[in-house]
Design a protein around this ligand. Structure first.
Ligand SMILES: [Zn+2]
Length: 404
C-alpha cells in the first residue's frame, strides 16, 4: 500500500509503515532557515492538528521540518540544497510510528472521557516527551482517571481495526462523529471499529493493538477543566523502565524494600531535622568557646584588645558569629578571616565603647595588601580577596591591627 499524499488531487495518505516513495520536485525556495522544496506528492506529514511533522530524507538530504502553507502546498525544509528533479523520499519510520501510537491513543482516550464522564476534548498536543489533552471535567480524581485508562487499554487489547473513510458532508449524517469536523468538502474520518469516529488528518495505526499501552501520567487543573498527560506504546515502556530504575536505585541506597520507601524517607527527614538542630546547638557552643579563648589570648595595646585569627575551610558565617560575640565585650578590636573554596573573606569589628579606629579603614588596610576590597561602618566591616597561605594572611592581619 503506497502511503503518499498526491499534492494535485488533494487526496490523503494511509498510515502504513513506509519503505520509501519517489516524487518530482515542483518548486524550490530559500527560507530563513535554509532551502525548501515542494514535491508533486509526498508521504511527509506536515505539522498540523496537534501532531508534529515527520523527518527523514529526500535524495539522502535530511528533512528538518515540514509544513503546509496557506495555499495548501507542503514544504520540506532541507539541511542543504537539493539539485535533483526526481527524488526518493524516506521518512523516519521510528518517529512516525511513535506519533501514530500517541495520536491513535489520543482518539481512544478522548472517546473514553466522553463515555465515562461526558467530558469533551478541547485541546491536544503531541509533545517530544509526553502528550496532553484538555478535557472539560473539573473534578477529575486519580481513581476516575484510572477507570478511563482501563477502558482505553481494554480497547487497545481487543485489537480493533482502525480504518479511514472519505465521506462528503451529505454522508456525514450517518456517522456518529465524536465532534463536528473543522473542515468542509470531503471529510477524512478515522474509524476505530465499534468505538470511535473522528474527522482527522493525522497519522494512525491500523490495529489498536499496535498502541500497546496507554498510561495517564499527570492531571492538572487547566482553564476550568483538566489537562491530562499521557504516554503510549514505546514511550510508556521507556517511562516504566526509567521509573523502575530510579526506584531500584533509591531502594538500594536506603537498603529497604520498595514498599517501605515512604516510611524510610519519613524517618530520614525526622533524623535530618534533629541532627541539624543538634549541630546548630554544638556550633553555637563552639563559637562561644572560641570567642572566649581568643579574648583570653589577646594582648591589650593602647587600651584595646587586638584579636587576629584566620581559619582554612571554614564557613564565613562562623567567623561572623565569633566576631559578633567578641564585639559584645568591652574594648575589643578584631580582624577575622576564613578561606573557603579558594576565597578569602574578612570581617573587622570593634566594641561600641572604643572611640577608634574606623573598622572599614582597618579592613581596607588588610584587603588592599591582598589585592581585594571591602567596606562597612565605623564598627563593622566586611571584605574579600584571593586566597593566600595561612602564615601570610596572619602576618597581614596582625600588621593591620597594630598600625590601627
Ligand atoms: Zn487522528
Amino acid at each position: 500500500m503506497q502511503d503518499i499524499r498526491p499534492m494535485t488531487e488533494k487526496l490523503y495518505y494511509h498510515d502504513a509503515t513506509l519503505t520509501g516513495f519517489t516524487a518530482r520536485v515542483v518548486a524550490r525556495r530559500e527560507t530563513e532557515r535554509g532551502p525548501a522544496v515542494q514535491l508533486d506528492r509526498t508521504a511527509f506529514y506536515p505539522t498540523s492538528g496537534g501532531q508534529p511533522h515527520d523527518t527523514g530524507t529526500l535524495a539522502g538530504v535530511p528533512v528538518l521540518d515540514v509544513w503546509e502553507d496557506e495555499a495548501g502546498a507542503i514544504w520540506h525544509l532541507l539541511e542543504r540544497p537539493l539539485n535533483a528533479a526526481e527524488v526518493t523520499g524516506q521518512i523516519d519510520v521510528a518517529r512516525r510510528f511513535d506519533h501514530m501510537q500517541q495520536h491513535t491513543g489520543q482518539h481512544l482516550l478522548s472517546e473514553a472521557f466522553v463515555q465515562a464522564r461526558a467530558a469533551a476534548t478541547v485541546g491536544f498536543h503531541l509533545g517530544t516527551e509526553a502528550s496532553t489533552i484538555d478535557v472539560t471535567a473539573d473534578d477529575l480524581t486519580w481513581d476516575a482517571a484510572f477507570a478511563v485508562e482501563d477502558a482505553v487499554n481494554a480497547v487497545i487489547w481487543e485489537n480493533r481495526p482502525v480504518t479511514l473513510h472519505f465521506v462528503t458532508e451529505a454522508e456525514l449524517g450517518d456517522i456518529p462523529l465524536r465532534k463536528p469536523p473543522a473542515v468542509s468538502g470531503v471529510i477524512r474520518v478515522v474509524w476505530v471499529a465499534g468505538y470511535d469516529a473522528s474527522a482527522c488528518g493525522g497519522t494512525h495505526v491500523a490495529l489498536t493493538g499496535e498502541i500497546g499501552l496507554l498510561k495517564i501520567t499527570g492531571l492538572e487543573r487547566y482553564k476550568g477543566g483538566t489537562r491530562v498527560t499521557f504516554l503510549c506504546g514505546g514511550r510508556a515502556l521507556r517511562d516504566y523502565r526509567r521509573a523502575l530504575h530510579t526506584l531500584r536505585e533509591v531502594s538500594a541506597g536506603l537498603s529497604v524494600g520498595q514498599d517501605e520507601l515512604p516510611a524510610a524517607i519519613g524517618r530520614l527527614q525526622d533524623e535530618t531535622k534533629s541532627t541539624l538542630q543538634a549541630l546548630r546547638k554544638t556550633r553555637g557552643a563552639l563559637t562561644e568557646l572560641e570567642a572566649e579563648r581568643l579574648w583570653a589570648d589577646a594582648i591589650e595595646v593602647d587600651g584595646a584588645r587586638r584579636i587576629a585569627a584566620h581559619w582554612d575551610d571554614r564557613p564565613f558565617e562562623e567567623a561572623r558569629a565569633i566576631a559578633s560575640q567578641l564585639r559584645e565585650r568591652p574594648r575589643a578590636l578584631l580582624l577575622l578571616a576564613t578561606t573557603e573554596d579558594d576565597a578569602l573573606r574578612l570581617v573587622c569589628a570593634r566594641s561600641d565603647d572604643l572611640p577608634a579606629p574606623h573598622a572599614a579603614e582597618v579592613l581596607r588596610a588588610a584587603t588592599q595588601a591582598f589585592g581585594g576590597r571591602g567596606g562597612g561602618s565605623p564598627t563593622l566591616a566586611q571584605g574579600g580577596a584571593q586566597a593566600r597561605p595561612h602564615a601570610e594572611i596572619m602576618q597581614v592581619l596582625k600588621t593591620a591591627l597594630q598600625s590601627a
